[in-house]
Structure formats: C-alpha cells, structure tokens
Design a protein. Sequence first.
Length: 388
Amino acid sequence: MNGIYLDNSATTALSDGAKQAMIHALAEIYGNPSSVHAAGIEAKKAVEDARSAVVASLGLKERTSGTLFFTSGGTEADNLALVGAAEAKNFRFTPRIITTASEHPAILNTIAYLKTRGFDTVLIPTPGGVPDMDAFEKALTPETAIVSVMLVNNETGAVNDVAGMFKLVRQKCPSAVTHTDAVQGYTKVMCNPLRLGADLLSVSAHKIHGPKGVGALWCSQDIIRAKKLVPVQHGGGQEEGFRSGTENVPAIVGFGAAAAEAASGADKRTAHIESLRKRLVSGLPDGVSVNVPEKEYVPNIVSLTLPSVKSEVMVRFLSSNGIFVSAGSACSSHHRGISHVLTDFGLSEQKADCTIRVSMDAYNTEADIDAFCDALKRGIGSLCKVRR
C-alpha cells in the first residue's frame, strides 16, 4: 500500500510471518480438523499449535487454567462471552450487567440486546477516560450477574484498572462472571486473564498484524466447570462445543504466527512507539489539543481535537495527501455520529466532532510522523480559510 498508515487501531498490516504461515496452510494443510485421517490430524495439529501460541501470548504458561476458543473475530468473542454467560442460567431475579459507557459497540450493542431480554444494565461513566469507581462500587449489587470492562479504549488509549475493578467484583459479587474486551490492549499491555481476574477475555488477530476474520475467547476452567457459559451458535460441536463450525485453518494459523511474533520484542516496540508519540505531540500545529487520559494510557493511540475543522473533513484531506487516520472507531463509522467515547471523556459535542485518532505501530517511522504533522498544519490552514 502506498501512503502513510496511521490507523492501526482499526486494523494492522499482515506481518510477513503471518502471511507465509497462511500461504503454507492454504497450499498444504487442507484437511478438516475434525477428520480422523492423516490430513485431518495434520490440520488439527496446526490449529492446536496456533492455540498454544495465542495462549502463550496472553502470558499463560499452560492451558490447564482455562481454554481458548477460536472465533471469527473480537465481536463474536464478545457476543459469546456476554450472551453465552447471560443465557447459561435461569435467574430467579432481574440480573444486572455492568459495563462502562465508553465500551466498543461490540459490547454496548450486545448489552442493549440483553436489556431487551430482561437484564438490568448499568453503564459506568468514564470522565477523563477513568471509570467512576464510586458509581461502579454502588452498582455492584447481589443481583449483578456479569461485569464487562474493556482493557484499553480504542479511541483514547485509556487503560482501565481491570484487575482492581474485578477484585472489587470478587469481594462484593463473588458469583458474577467477569469479562474484558482486550482487543486493543492485546500484546500492548499485560493481558494475563489470571492476573486481571477475568473469567472471560476477548482478543482479535487483525489488531496484531494477523488476518482479519479470526479472534478468540479465553475462558477459565471455573466457568466451564460451573456451566456459566453456553454456546450461542450450534452445529457440529467444534471448539469443545462452544463455537460450532469448521475451523478456518489458514486464518487460525496466521493468528498463531502473529501472536508468536507479537510476544517477542514487545519492550523494544513500545519504546519506539513512545518516541514516535513524543515526536508527534511536539510537532503538532498551534490550536491542536491532545486528549490525554487522566491515568494510564497506551502510547500508540493519540486523540487530537482540531480547531474548528470537522474530523471527517480532515480525514478526507489527509487521505488525499496519502496519510490515513480515522475519526474514531472503524466499527462505528457506518453509523457515524458524535462519539460516545469522547463525550463521556468530557469533550463537548462540537469538540468531539472535530477530533481525529492517530494510531501508530512499530512499522511507522519518524518520517511518517513528520509528514503527518506537516500535512495536518496545511490542512488546518486551508480548511479554516474555507470556513471563513
């Protein structure tokens, strides 16, 4: 692809390792993993090797503490976690689901669906990118059945204290199921579900230079033993019965390769991205403000509010100059409105409508950042003149 790609929170380029692994799988591993003949056994081994690689990338040394199910992506993993947990039990009371107001649509829309099924839903405000802990603690009633908190926000880069929040859940609602959407935090911050206190954890391959259309849900053995999760689609019983359908072997193999690559050299990549962020912030034109979360945040996501230039207009201007950023979550761009994440963060609707997201990765260079800052300056100059 020609141009400067700074939209890595939407998706990432396929790594060479993942690409080569997928090419080999497409050409050589064509058996059905459920078949008992040699070709099927070979395919099954490829899937299990990839599963082990993804489990290891979560910081887990073995699979005895839980099971990882492959899905079609992060959205399906989130749906399996929430709907699967919601439908696993016949409640004798009105069950409550708690999440934050700045979650990804894969969570918020799924919870909105469960609300139509009789669940009480609570959205915790996140001013400055930080969950309101007083509101969270008050929401933890005996009726709480599920708590889902994202690990890293996809628009602001804010890192939630998932471990601290789930510890509180264990103290006040020990029977509640805990889930974290770790799609944006995966391989960028600590994602070990045991250390986070998560019963369920969702990840996606295409955020870490793997292929699109494949993700995974990690599930603790306690949840499986207690039968607190049921499948949401039914068929041949693949993935231990939790995700029926013939496995997409090439995509899963690519996921495994990307996970193995991402697990190595993480500190070096983080240092490089931190230096790019500093260069970007120092090179911004006058009038552009950085929406910095009040507490911890990942360095690769930078939210920028522009002076009186709408985000969609600037995204198109930059694209015409070969630079690709976004106006927020790619998953919600088809129904574009004012970002709920940014207004909950504390921005006015007007400022939220003038905010773009820059998301970097290890492939980006200082020259990319300089070119972006220069183009942004030219864009603000010309677009503001048009407004006048």
